[in-house]
Design a binder for this molecule. Sequence first.
Ligand code: HSE
Length: 305
Amino acid sequence: MKIKIRVPATTANLGPGFDVFGAALSLYNEFEAEYVPNAKKTKFWLKGEGKKTLPKGEKNVLWKAMSETFQLLGCGKYNLKNLNITIKTGIPLSGGLGSSASAIIGGIALANALCGGKLTKAQIARLGMKIEGHPDNIAPAVYGGLCICYKNEDGANEVMGLPVPKMKVVMCVPSFELRTKRSRQALPKNIDLQTAVFNTSRVALLTAAFCTGNYKLLRQGMEDKFHQPYRGKMIPAMDNIIKAAVDNGAYGAFLSGSGPSIAAFCDRRVCEKVEKAMVKVWKKESVAVKSYILDFDNKGVVTAE
Ligand code: HSE
């Protein structure tokens, strides 16, 4: 038996929606597991981004998520010896594009499929959030589209989908890494009332833009005072890159997740111009950058052919 799973990249926060908003994008990781009943040696292949740096075997995040799922499902038949595993990564690592959420959801979905596919998407999401702790990356990786993540009165994570915008996403990924843990350490412990009111107003505009299709609201709707000003200190020219995107016709731009990638939402007619302008600012800072023009992914995790 061979199972292949595809999981999209995600972009979180969308400016002011810190730890709440997330969207799935058309850039993918693929994970494959083949059951070889009498095999005696681990076969673990890595292809694409991180093939030289990611751990193989039991230290790999994919395997950790798989073994936790096997345990949950009481499915003890599989181990690292009788499964041949291949990871094909298309999502840049530690760039703020949800690469670890993708591996966790890939691992849960792979293990679930091997054990008969009993878990629903909601159960996959819940387990993923327990392992990863960043619902705003996990939810879109599971469901696709644009997600609002919140906790209910019992502290359980809930997800609500918003209409998927008809536009392109320009994503600029610089060559340096910024780990989420470090990027979160730079944030203040408390926020004052005025700042909270500012971000509440921006989240209201952001939500209105997606619900009404009036994307012009995104320029202000993507402004943020909760996390970007602090993380910006570790990301050269972040404000200038966001400004370059908007000045060249993007509806709005923001730091993708915990960074250092920067994303711009724009109409397809201006996306190439926006991409060029953003890349130019990075280059001026002598930072090598990879750029992508992406769509929103509507499916989330799927079994691939
Ligand atoms: N909302 C999380 C953060 C996303 O900004 O730290 C992590 O990718």
